[in-house]
Design a protein around this ligand. Structure first.
Ligand code: FA5
Length: 343
């Protein structure tokens, strides 16, 4: 009797599936023939009440019919889904012009930073990174610039407000604090460069910004001399500008170097013939340098007189100005995309 019933369910189910035209109707069909409360399911659930002989016939038959109804359901679903696609709406016009995607690129100062890093890396220097927010200790004290020293006024500082008790913090005014930070954890011989953003509380003009990029270069060993520095600087600038660059050292003062110099490079804009940017002198001022003051070595924990080395710092933003012949430094940070997109 159940056998007959199962066959009838199959016949009826298959026939009514032929008539199903929509996904909604198909869902109703599924509930009726394959759902938990379907007749077929009731029969299969009732198997335990049957004799072993009946079970042997009804069980396999019920499952086979269930499977074939399920397969037919799947096939119909696929057909209906395909039919429901609006091909017109999906149509792709392969001849339509493309929409260009916006591509960003590195900021010109970052590009120059990368070039500088590449040249120094080739010369065997390692690249180190330091914190932009520094302590008074590293930015000034260990560099031989105590609180009452007039040299503090050489770099106008943005101080971070504090209650006065604890260590004072500031956005670093120079990359030089990394000299001592690096030496505290490394033993000579060492060759390191430190690129970084620095901040000064000063009024801006065509060649001065409150936020700009510097490079610190430090080379320490047993017998490093000014001659090493001069060769290094000439080699670096000649590679950077792709032509022979001369260096001129002038006596100067920095508390953390002794002796100290400002250094100029031959003007790249006029090939040292004299122009408005170099004020007709043929030279451009680019940075400071000197032999590391033994007091700085002592701050780093080295024995006085044991090592010799040079340190120099120069403005990477100024270098970018020379490279790209930009006459106003403020353009770099202006956020003006018309400027940035030229690089
Ligand atoms: C220093 O900052 C020293 N730390 C450099 C140094 C390092 C000397 C190691 C000795 C040994 P100075 O304040 O001169 O020095 O700045 C160095 C360079 O940073 C300048 O030559 C210039 O290229 C750049 N610079 C300084 N101030 C500005 C500014 N406001 N805007 C853009 N570039 C600046």
């Amino acid at each position: 009797m159940s056998q007959e019933k199962i066959k009838q369910i199959e016949k009826e189910g298959m026939a009514s599936l032929q008539a199903v035209q929509t996904i909604a109707d198909l869902e109703l069909w599924e509930i009726k023939y394959l759902g938990r409360k379907s007749e077929l399911n009731d029969i299969l659930k009732g198997l335990k009440g049957l004799t072993p002989e009946e079970k042997k016939i009804i069980g396999p038959l019920g499952n086979t019919v269930k499977q074939s109804l399920f397969r037919a359901f799947g096939e119909t679903k696929e057909i209906l889904l395909e039919k429901s696609i609006d091909w017109e709406a999906e149509r792709i016009d392969v001849t339509a012009p493309g929409v260009p995607s916006l591509r960003g690129h590195l900021h010109p100062v970052t590009q120059v930073e990368h070039e500088i890093e590449d040249i120094f890396s080739e010369m065997g220097f390692v690249i180190a990174d330091g914190p932009e927010i520094e302590t008074e200790h590293y930015n000034f004290d260990v560099l031989n610039i105590p609180a009452d020293h007039p040299a503090r006024d050489m770099q106008d500082t943005f101080w971070i407000a504090s209650s006065g008790e604890e260590e004072k913090y500031l956005p670093r005014t120079q990359t030089s604090p990394m000299q001592v930070r690096y030496m505290e954890t490394h033993t000579p011989p060492l060759h390191v460069i430190v690129p970084g953003r620095v901040f000064r509380n000063e009024s801006t003009d065509a060649s001065h910004e409150h936020t700009f990029h510097q490079f610190e270069c430090l080379m320490v060993g047993d017998d490093i001399s000014v001659a090493n520095f001069k060769w290094m600087a000439e080699t670096f600038f000649s590679r950077f500008f792709g032509k022979k660059i001369d260096i001129r050292l002038r006596p100067s003062f920095f508390p953390f170097t002794e002796p100290s110099f400002e250094f100029d490079i031959s003007c790249t804009l006029c090939d040292a013939k004299g122009c408005a940017v170099c004020k007709q002198s043929g030279w451009l001022e680019l940075g400071g340098a000197g032999m590391v003051n033994q007091k700085v070595f002592e701050s780093a924990g080295y024995l006085r007189g044991k090592y010799q080395g040079f340190a120099w710092g120069f403005g990477a933003t100024r270098l970018a100005m020379m490279k790209y012949k930009i006459t106003d430094i403020r353009l770099f940070m202006s956020g003006d995309l018309r400027f940035i997109r030229q690089f």
